[in-house]
Design a protein around this ligand. Sequence first.
Ligand code: GUN
Length: 291
Amino acid sequence: MTEIIDGNAVASEIRDGLTDAIETLADVGARPGLATVLMGDDPASQTYVNMKQRDCEEVGIEGHHVDVAGDAPADELYETIDDLNDNPDVHGYLVQDPVPDHIDYREVIRRIDPAKDVDGFHPENVGRLVAGNARFRPCTPHGVQKILEAYDIDTEGADVTIVGRSRIVGKPLANLLIQKAEDGNATVTVCHSRTDDLGEKTRNADIVVAAVGVPELIDGSMIGDNAVVIDVGVNRVEADTEKGYELVGDVDFESANERASAITPVPGGVGPMTRAMLLYNTVKAASLQEE
Ligand code: GUN
């Protein structure tokens, strides 16, 4: 029987685990604060930001939010960032991606105080992660690691194929999993849109991580017997539903489910973990700043 991985349950355990650290901070009169910055009015981004704010409230993190008009000049966004860098009540914050076309997101990230960069995107934090000395592990890769840990899926010596080489998921996850850490020591293959014979690379893997943003690209014929399948994809595809769309992953769940020993569903797999790890990083940021 294939085990359907319950990301909501693991995320709930992570949130419960934050309570002690939040109480310790309360003892010294501090409350972790997370700010979200949204430039423009992209509906999907608004939904994500609202969910992050709701998560904060649930665990006792102080949520702050700043809206910046989509047509504002870059300097206005930079001023917002400078203010957040200087605000002692905000221990961590993020600028929701995507930003409007006239904004260079890389420049935005460079302006964020690395000590408050709870996404883990700042070059200093990326460098630390690659050097094996991570301060903030990016939320989605860290969430994937926590799922593997929670389900006793050992990466030691395992062949892991990651499909997708993004800055947010593929690259940091590959770096984490090859490290000599307890939850690393894997042999990692990173595939992308120019990879020859993708199916061969995924079929030979003990663990397949799909993070490529192509709906249902990976089907059962590309999965080895009893492999673990982690689907990071969240794709909106047109459907005859109330909202006019449905969410599907990068994996064709039905066929992959027939081959895998364990698989994450979409929704309810990696998504809730990403959100939980943002709270985790915020509490870590607050602990580091208040110690
Ligand atoms: N947009 C989609 N995912 C993310 C994320 O993890 N962080 C930020 N800042 N924007 C996003």
